[in-house]
Design a protein around this ligand. Structure first.
Ligand code: ASP
Length: 330
């Protein structure tokens, strides 16, 4: 059988990390190893697929930028549209992997698999997890079963969907979890198995945003806490943001002084969305005053992903009702 063409785009991260000692799992340099060395560590991938690759960035993903993320979107769309690839694997740091995965899921126009992978231990560590993660990611990207499953994250033998996956642990190799719905599937001993399909609108859903988008509207996340007096909400408005995600308590609850300032922000034309600092669940309609103030809700999107959707909604020039409809759909 003809092998599938899988394109690997490398962006850095711990999977490409180098430490001074093989027992060091922190304090290493992320993104120090290039794509050729990453691929050379897993010669088996050439048995699975025809592999090509490119180095798109060499960064710790804490330094991921919108510009690199939008280049990734463009590159994926080009590679998949022109039949240069049957699937794409992106190596990426784990810190912001969920954000890049979610952005890709909204802006790439394909039903072919796009799989992000990375690792929690640097390439130089004893028991480095990167090589197997990369191998599994290529297996998923080359699998017929991955057709129309959206953008996925593959680490630690687990396949998670872009909408729900989140980094749940600072150090553990099983860090990626999907708290609301569980993982989509697994890869064990080389066998790709899916248990379920993502239900939120996913590929090929594509928002009709320009291919040439290079910057997104400024949106900030404010983290709620007991005693928040709303001064940071005022500072955000003064800084000229177009949108605010408030990571509230529980079901997106907002302390009264902050609610007052956020209501004023809405009056000033800023879109405000309640999300939650809680790990799982949905933010639904709660206090009547939130709705009366025109504050929207994020559904099950965590604050970091809610920020991305709001940026795209603002780039699409949606009004508040249109933006809430996007949060309900995506
Ligand atoms: N700080 C690293 C990064 O996100 C962590 C990792 O890749 O696991 O690039």
């Amino acid at each position: 059988m003809k092998k599938k063409k899988i394109y690997v785009l490398a962006t850095g991260g711990t999977i490409a990390g180098r430490a001074d000692s093989d027992t060091a799992t922190t304090g290493y340099q992320a993104g120090a190893i290039g794509i050729d060395a990453l691929l050379a560590a897993v010669p088996e991938i050439h048995n699975i697929a025809e592999i090509a690759g490119a180095q798109l960035a060499s960064i710790d993903s804490k330094d991921m930028t919108e510009s690199i993320q939008l280049q990734l979107v463009k590159r994926c769309n080009e590679l998949l549209a022109f039949e240069q690839a049957d699937g794409i694997v992106i190596t990426h740091g784990t810190d912001t992997m969920e954000e890049t995965a979610y952005l890709l899921s909204l802006l790439t126009c394909t039903d072919k698999p796009i799989v992000l992978t990375g690792s929690m231990r640097p390439a130089t560590a004893l028991s480095a997890d990167g090589p197997l993660n990369l191998l599994d990611a290529v297996r998923v990207a080359a699998s017929d079963k991955a057709h129309d499953m959206g953008v996925m994250v593959v680490l630690n033998n687990q396949i998670d969907g872009a909408h729900d996956v989140t980094k749940s642990h600072t150090m553990a190799v099983h860090t990626f979890q999907s708290p609301n719905c569980g993982s989509l599937g697994c890869v064990n001993d080389g066998v790709v198995k899916f248990h379920c399909q993502p239900l939120y609108t996913h590929l090929p859903n594509s928002l009709s945003l320009s291919e040439n988008l290079t910057v997104l509207p400024p949106v900030v996340v404010l983290y709620g806490y007991a005693g928040d007096d709303g001064k940071l909400a005022v500072a955000a408005v003064d800084a000229g943001v177009k949108g605010i995600i408030y990571a509230g308590m529980g079901n997106g609850s907002i302390p009264a002084p902050v609610e007052h300032e956020l209501a004023r922000a809405v009056q000033a034309g800023i879109i405000v969305v309640r999300s939650s600092r809680s790990y799982a669940g949905c933010v639904t309609e709660a206090e009547v005053s939130y709705t009366q103030a025109g504050i929207l809700r994020s559904g099950s999107l965590n604050p970091a992903k809610a920020r991305i959707l709001l940026q795209l909604a603002l780039a699409e020039k949606k009004d508040a009702a249109g933006i809430q409809a996007m949060f309900d759909r995506y």
